[in-house]
Design a protein around this ligand. Structure first.
Ligand code: SAM
Ligand code: SF4
Length: 367
C-alpha cells in the first residue's frame, strides 16, 4: 500500500541506482545569490539582480525541510548546504538548527566563500555544523580581488582563522587555474602542512561561467600531484602496505591506495622540515569519480538533479506547491536516483565538439 509517511517502506534499497551506487548524500543550493563574483562561476560583469532566482521561486525553508525529511526517511544521511553563498540567505541558522534535530541525518556540512564566516562561525558551530569547506583560490589580496571581484581577502582569511580556532574541521577548496594561481599551489600545500587545514585542489571545469574557461588554463590532477610531490614526500592517506591495489587506476604520478574522501583523493604531505598535513585532489574532468558518486543535488529553485554535469532535472518545487504527497516526493527522488547516469562525458564532449552539455549556472546547482 502507498503511504504518505516518510520512512515507511524499505529504506536504503530505494537509494541504490542502476549501477549499484548507494545515493546517501544530498547537496542543497539554498540560494543562487552571492556576495562574490568568481570569474569561473559568474559572468564577467556579474549578473544583474533580475537574473537571480526570485525569492518566491526559491524553496522556502519549510519546503526544504520537508524534502530533506523525506530523503532522510529513505536513508540519506549526509547533507551539504551550498549555493550561491549559503550564508547570505536570511534565516539560515534557524534552518541548520532544524536540520540538526532531524533523526537519521548524521552530518550537515557547509560550503562557503568565507566572507561572512568571521561574523557567523560561532553561531554555525552552535547550530551543529562541524565541517566547513571554504573556497579560496589565492592568498594574495590583489589577486583574490581579481578572481572574486571583491577586496575581501583579509575578511575571508580572518574567517578561516576564526573557524580553525573554534575547532571546525576546515577544508580549503582551491580551483587550479594555469596562469592565474599556479604559482601559489606550493604555498597552499605548505599551509596544509603547517595548519590543521586540508587543502583540496580542484580541476577547473568548463561550467558556470564558461567564457572564463579555456584549455590552456586547465591543469589536470595528475599534473597538480606532480607539482606538489616535489615539495616533500606524499603518501596516500589510508595507505597500508606498498603494492596494495588502490582506487587510482590510470592516475600516473600517484601511489596506489589513496583514500577517497568523497570525490577527493587524499594524501599526507610531509615537508623536509618534518611538518605534515593533508592535501586532496579533485579531478572531475581527468579522472571521473562517477563510479563512486553517492550524491543528488537540489538546485536553488527546487529542481532535483542526478548529476552535476547533466542537465536532466525533476521539478520538485512544482510537486511541493501543487499538493504532492510525501509518497509523490519519495517516488520522484527514487526515479531521479534511477535516472542517474553512469558517468559524465565532459572530456569526450570537449574533444569532439568543444562544447559541454551542462548549461546550468554553478551558483544555482551548488557546485
Ligand atoms: N559560494 C560557495 C563557495 O564558493 O564556496 C559555495 C558555492 S560554489 C558554486 C561551490 C564550489 O564550486 C566552490 O568551491 C567553487 O570554487 C567551485 N566552483 C565553481 N565554479 C567552478 C568551476 N568552473 N570549476 C571548478 N570549481 C568551481
Ligand atoms: Fe559565489 Fe561561490 Fe560562485 Fe564564487 S564560486 S561566485 S563565492 S557562488
Amino acid at each position: 500500500m502507498q503511504t504518505d509517511k516518510p520512512g515507511q517502506g524499505k529504506t536504503q534499497e530505494q537509494l541504490v541506482d542502476q549501477y549499484s551506487r548507494t545515493i546517501s548524500y544530498l547537496r542543497l543550493s539554498i540560494t543562487d545569490r552571492c556576495n562574490l563574483r568568481c570569474l569561473y562561476c559568474m559572468p564577467p560583469k556579474g549578473i544583474d539582480s533580475s537574473s537571480f532566482v526570485k525569492c518566491l521561486d526559491l524553496l522556502s525553508y519549510e519546503e526544504l525541510l520537508r524534502v530533506v525529511t523525506i530523503a532522510v526517511g529513505m536513508g540519506m544521511n549526509k547533507l551539504r548546504l551550498t549555493g550561491g553563498e549559503p550564508l547570505v540567505r536570511n534565516g539560515v541558522m534557524g534552518f541548520i538548527s532544524s536540520l540538526a534535530r532531524l533523526k537519521g541525518l548524521e552530518d550537515v556540512r557547509l560550503t562557503t566563500n568565507g566572507v561572512l564566516l568571521h561574523e557567523k562561525a560561532a553561531e554555525l558551530y552552535g547550530a551543529g555544523i562541524r565541517n566547513l569547506n571554504i573556497s579560496l583560490d589565492s592568498m594574495k589580496p590583489q589577486r583574490f580581488q581579481e578572481i572574486t571581484g571583491a577586496d575581501m581577502f583579509d575578511q575571508v582569511w580572518q574567517g578561516i582563522q576564526t573557524a580553525c580556532d573554534l575547532g571546525f574541521n576546515v577544508k580549503l577548496n582551491v580551483v587550479a587555474m594555469r596562469g592565474i594561481n599556479d604559482d601559489e599551489f606550493a604555498d597552499f600545500a605548505r599551509l596544509a602542512a603547517h595548519r590543521a587545514i586540508q587543502v583540496r585542489f580542484i580541476e577547473f571545469m568548463p561550467i558556470g561561467n564558461k567564457e572564463s574557461w579555456d584549455k590552456s588554463r586547465f591543469i589536470s590532477a595528475n599534473e597538480l600531484m606532480g607539482m606538489i610531490s616535489t615539495l616533500g614526500t606524499m603518501e596516500p592517506e589510508g595507505y597500508r602496505r606498498p603494492g596494495v591495489a588502490g582506487t587510482m587506476d590510470g592516475a600516473g604520478a600517484t601511489a596506489p591506495g589513496s583514500q577517497m574522501e568523497g570525490p577527493a583523493r587524499v594524501y599526507r604531505l610531509t615537508l623536509p622540515d618534518g611538518q605534515s598535513g593533508r592535501v586532496g585532489f579533485i579531478s572531475p574532468i581527468s579522472h571521473h569519480f562517477c563510479d563512486k558518486c553517492n550524491r543528488l543535488r537540489l538546485t536553488s529553485e527546487g529542481r532535483l538533479r542526478a548529476c552535476l554535469l547533466h542537465d536532466n532535472e525533476t521539478d520538485l518545487k512544482a510537486m511541493l506547491r501543487q499538493g504532492g504527497t510525501d509518497y509523490d516526493i519519495r517516488t520522484a527522488i527514487q526515479q531521479t536516483i534511477l535516472s542517474k547516469p553512469k558517468g559524465h562525458t565532459l572530456q569526450d564532449d570537449l574533444a569532439t565538439s568543444g562544447q559541454v552539455n551542462c548549461h546550468g549556472r554553478m551558483s544555482r546547482i551548488g557546485g
